[in-house]
Design a binder for this molecule. Structure first.
Ligand SMILES: O=C(O)CCC(=O)C(=O)O
Length: 271
């Protein structure tokens, strides 16, 4: 018996590989998270969005969001009751900055087995098609793993600028959200986003959730148990941020980010 999703929503996710929009946090909390990001950028001289993996650990508030029942009840309906937050990323497109995300599959790069990860993309601002909200190719999570070209293009927000070039993208769906809402997408779905062509910023926090039985295929890594029990022990524990910001955690985040792009860890896309 699902906790919050209807049978129709569950069937939609199975068939199409995504769900949107869903109600998440209140706009006041979304605004407070944007303030956290601004204060972090002022203090560190860099954007938390530049941290490819686990950016949410910089902040107590975004760490707490990964335990939020409004989000986890949905995640539980999709992947079961024992849940870990494997990583995260702040996706920040400033007004007209030209950044975009090419078509890609997360499963090709996350180094996980089996592919049961669900990403919760939580909107901290509105995200509309002209702001470059996410778009997905429905049903592609049930198809093949595509080859990815690593472009390292400077405007591509992906760590390696990885891009699927050979794909029929004539049929895609936008996942438009209002600030505080979230979408869910399957690890294998082909997805991307266009540039933000508006006067406002488009900001979201993507949190990558896995059931505890999912293993790392590129050696032992860290994650955080956010609900249920971990009877498998495949993951070491992430550190817990102390206070509004935790500067000490940044080294841990940098190590996780570097490993994500380190060519010595062969991923599915390279194999
Ligand atoms: O924020 C975007 O436009 C892309 C996000 C994304 O690729 C993801 O959450 O997996």
């Amino acid at each position: 018996m699902p906790k919050v999703l209807t049978e129709d929503q569950l069937q939609f996710y199975r068939d199409n590989g995504y769900l949107a929009p869903l109600d998440g946090i209140d706009p006041v909390t979304a605004a407070a998270m944007r303030d956290d990001l601004d204060a972090f950028a002022a203090a560190q001289g860099m954007s938390a969005g530049d941290l490819n993996m686990k950016g949410h650990l910089c902040f107590r508030r975004s760490y707490d969001i990964t335990f939020d029942d409004r989000i986890l009840d949905v995640v539980e309906d999709l992947i079961g009751p024992n849940i870990m937050a494997f990583a995260s990323r702040f996706w920040i497109k400033k007004s007209r900055d030209g950044t975009y995300v090419s078509w890609h599959q997360d499963s090709a790069y996350f180094g996980l087995d089996p592919h049961e990860l669900v990403t919760v993309w939580l909107a901290l601002t509105d995200a509309t098609p002209d702001m470059g909200c996410m778009k997905v190719i429905p049903g592609s999570h049930r198809g093949k793993t595509y080859g990815h070209e690593e472009t390292f293009h400077e405007k591509n927000l992906l760590a390696r600028g990885q891009a699927i070039n050979e794909i029929d993208d004539s049929n895609f769906d936008y996942m438009a959200l209002k600030a505080g809402q979230f979408s869910c997408h399957h690890e294998r779905i082909v997805h991307g986003s266009d540039a933000n062509d508006t006067d406002g910023d488009r900001i979201g926090l993507g949190v990558f959730f896995i059931p505890t039985h999912v293993k790392s295929t590129i050696g032992r890594r860290t994650a955080c148990l956010v609900r249920g029990v971990d009877e498998h022990g495949h993951w070491d524990a992430d550190p817990e941020p102390q206070g509004r910001f935790d500067n000490d955690i940044i080294d841990h985040i940098r190590t996780a980010s570097q490993r994500y792009v380190d060519p010595q860890y062969v991923q599915e896309a390279d194999a």
